[in-house]
Design a protein. Structure first.
Length: 237
């Protein structure tokens, strides 16, 4: 844990540092989060750590645990699925509006984002892939010219980043195909085809949900089997 330099947005810095460690698997589910240890690791006082942990708890990333204080929350498949359902609607709207009013900017600025996304995939860096995925979708929200779309999705992005991190750390081959879909969405927007842009966006988010939630379910089941006593596993067969 590298120490952080105190700055005006210190609570946000600490929040992002803890979130990054959770997303990258350095702080797995049920890891105990001790304020004094985190403050020492990041080179800050306890107050910004306490405030950052409260924010993480409000976003469903940290839970209260009896006699243990705060721990990293386990991922909730149902919650993740519900978030993706909401996103599918909002992304569809964003892309429809983007095609209607942002086609020129999509053609001008979009290809560079797609290229950066592919470089992130090729690098194999989970953090880079998540960052570029986030940038792409924020770009769509900007193109929509409806700031409420970004404001509505913002509180949920950190949870979705964690879902992506959990799957991508397994060396999944999905990211490339998702960037093919990103390119298709951007192409529809650039052509000003609102119907096609909305359809592609909704399908993209729905497919991502199916993949990510299914992988989370598979991982949970694999962990459950590993945790079973060997004698019980023999009887189960």
């Amino acid at each position: 844990m590298p120490p952080l330099t105190p700055q005006p947005r210190l609570v946000e810095q600490v929040y992002q540092a803890i979130l990054a460690e959770i997303t990258e698997g350095k702080l797995p589910p049920n890891s105990r989060l001790i304020q004094d240890e985190l403050a020492e690791a990041y080179g800050v006082s306890r107050q910004p750590v306490q405030q950052a942990l409260l924010l993480l708890r409000s976003h469903g990333l940290v839970n209260d645990a009896p006699k243990r204080g705060l721990v990293v929350a386990a991922l909730d498949e149902e919650h993740a699925g519900n978030l993706y359902q909401i996103r599918a609607v909002l992304e569809g709207l964003a892309c429809r509006l983007a095609a209607e009013g942002g086609a020129r900017r999509a053609r001008a600025d979009g290809p560079a984002i797609i290229a950066e996304g592919w470089r992130a995939v090729e690098s194999g860096s989970v953090a880079s892939q998540i960052e570029m995925d986030t940038q792409f979708h924020r770009f769509l929200y900007e193109l929509s010219d409806n700031h409420l779309i970004a404001d509505t999705t913002k509180p949920h992005w950190d949870y979705l980043r964690r879902v992506m991190g959990e799957v991508l750390r397994q060396g999944d081959s999905v990211p490339g195909s998702l960037w093919d879909e990103h390119a298709g969405i951007l192409d529809a927007i650039g052509q000003g085809d609102a119907d096609e842009a909305e359809t592609r966006a909704r399908c993209h988010i729905t497919r991502a949900a199916d993949i990510f939630v299914a992988r989370l379910r598979e991982q949970r089941e694999a962990a459950r089997i590993l945790d079973e006593p060997k004698s019980h596993r023999r009887l189960a067969r």
